[in-house]
Design a protein around this ligand. Structure first.
Ligand SMILES: CC(C)(COP(=O)(O)OP(=O)(O)OC[C@H]1O[C@@H](n2cnc3c(N)ncnc32)[C@H](O)[C@@H]1OP(=O)(O)O)[C@@H](O)C(=O)NCCC(=O)NCCS
Length: 175
């Protein structure tokens, strides 16, 4: 198969149905990597409420919550979260891609597009990310888009019933 086209845009309330469908289908597959959520999270109503919160944070300049689009269809999310201004000018990169669309380079291309926006429109100087030590696909994405690992945060995140260490990643974006 040739390269699929990948685009990103700001999440919209009309994305609730697509996001709920992906997250409900992949609930078990993502449980190893993503924090547990209440049942409501996997419904259109739950995603609508979540998108409202994300857009509210965006309005306050705290995040850039995006969706990943391929061939006009929403296939995942990519987010610049925890934007910190002042002398740091940094944010954390996060993403997921629906399982039928994985391993086609979408996360890599979506991350590159968001990093361009972080360095450009958002005026950020530094990007950070964290992965579990075992999340090799996510680590491949970060390496491919230029991140380097710089340390381990112990007992960093509660996922899948236990506190997990986090591998910390950094990328300097420019001035
Ligand atoms: C991590 C994730 C976003 C990657 O999305 P994707 O669109 O499949 O990513 P890409 O196709 O751009 O790249 C995936 C890379 O992982 C590699 N990969 C896939 N499965 C792998 C495995 N089991 N072991 C090692 N590498 C693997 C692919 O070969 C590819 O690397 P390459 O481009 O160097 O060949 C996706 O798997 C996902 O949503 N996972 C569940 C949620 C998650 O882990 N989120 C991130 C939390 S930090």
């Amino acid at each position: 198969m040739g390269e699929d086209k990948t685009d990103i845009r700001l999440v919209d309330l009309s994305d609730a149905e697509a996001l709920a469908a992906h997250l409900a289908r992949d609930r078990a597959a993502f449980a190893r990597w993503e924090p547990a959520q209440p049942d409501e999270y996997y419904t259109v109503a739950g995603q609508s409420a979540r998108i409202e919160r994300l857009l509210d944070q965006h309005g306050q300049g705290r995040s850039w919550p995006g969706v990943v689009v391929a061939d006009g269809v929403v296939i995942g999310q990519v987010t610049a979260g925890t934007i910190i201004a002042g002398p740091f000018r940094k944010a954390s990169l996060g993403y997921w891609i629906g399982s039928p669309h994985q391993n086609r380079g979408h996360a890599r291309r979506a991350s590159t597009l968001l990093l361009e926006r972080m360095a450009g429109d958002l005026g950020l100087h530094r990007a950070e990310a964290s992965t579990q030590l075992e999340n090799l696909p996510s680590q491949r994405v970060l390496k491919a888009v230029g991140f380097s690992p710089y340390g381990i945060a112990h007992d960093h995140i509660f996922v899948n019933g236990a506190w997990r260490d986090g591998l910390l990643w950094e990328l300097t974006l420019g001035d």
